[in-house]
Design a protein around this ligand. Structure first.
Ligand SMILES: [Fe+2]
Ligand SMILES: [Fe+2]
Length: 223
């Protein structure tokens, strides 16, 4: 995927059409992007660009797979909202919000920002629906029973065009370009994530292993 998804003829690079948003929807997207800019651009410029890129990639993938592009775009804009916080602030916020993962939250700090955002942002954006908050919550850990929107955000986060085209990411990009089933694309993206944790000898959250096992068994049963 290139960094510029729109081709000259107004279609997406992948061939899907541009989304047709109402004036109200376009205004809402613009407002969210402006809020994100105020919240993140100065503090975390690379994260800000990544967030906008995930939003655009998620919208594109949603269109390719017949899912709701607006929900995908909104999820992408907001998914890393709490990444402006330091690691210790993210842990403190998770504790304040009563998040319990069965292990010390310091150990799973990189996984917390999706859950925290999904718990406090609905107060700021009451019109955003629960499926969007669920996709944001699940973008860090995944889940054994992902909705299509959950998978779109998870995959878009991993392959947005600013990310380097390393082999694991390249494989997922190729699967999306080939319109492989979304569940297969998600599975590939998910297990590459698990492999990365093991390859770099980091702490593997037991909940991630549970999801891996459940998905692996379900896939085997469906073969
Ligand atoms: Fe994230
Ligand atoms: Fe992200």
């Amino acid at each position: 995927m290139s960094a510029m998804p729109y081709a000259d003829d107004g279609t997406w690079e992948c061939g899907a059409k541009k989304p047709h948003y109402t004036k109200h929807e376009r205004k809402f997207i613009a407002q969210l992007e402006e809020d994100l800019r105020e919240h993140m651009e100065a503090a975390k410029p690379a994260r800000y660009r990544h967030s906008l890129s995930v939003a655009q990639t998620a919208e594109q993938i949603a269109l390719m797979y017949g899912e709701d592009p607006l929900k995908a775009r909104v999820s992408g804009i907001l998914h890393d909202w709490d990444k402006v916080l330091s690691a210790s602030e993210q842990v403190a916020l998770a504790k304040e919000l009563g998040i319990d993962m069965g292990v010390d939250l310091e150990l799973v700090q990189p996984l917390l920002h999706g859950m925290t955002a999904a718990r406090h942002l609905p107060q700021r954006y009451p019109d955003v629906t629960d499926d969007v908050w669920q996709a944001i919550e699940r973008h860090t850990i995944g889940h054994a029973h992902m909705s299509a929107l959950d998978m779109v955000i998870f995959v878009a986060d991993g392959i947005e065009p600013i990310r380097r085209d390393v082999p694991a990411i390249h494989e997922v990009r190729e699967m999306v370009d080939a319109r492989d089933p979304l569940a297969d694309v998600y599975w590939t993206s998910f297990y590459h994530g698990v492999s990365y944790v093991i390859d770099t000898e980091r702490y593997l959250y037991p909940g991630t292993l549970d999801i891996y096992n459940e998905l692996a068994l379900a896939r085997k049963a469906n073969r």
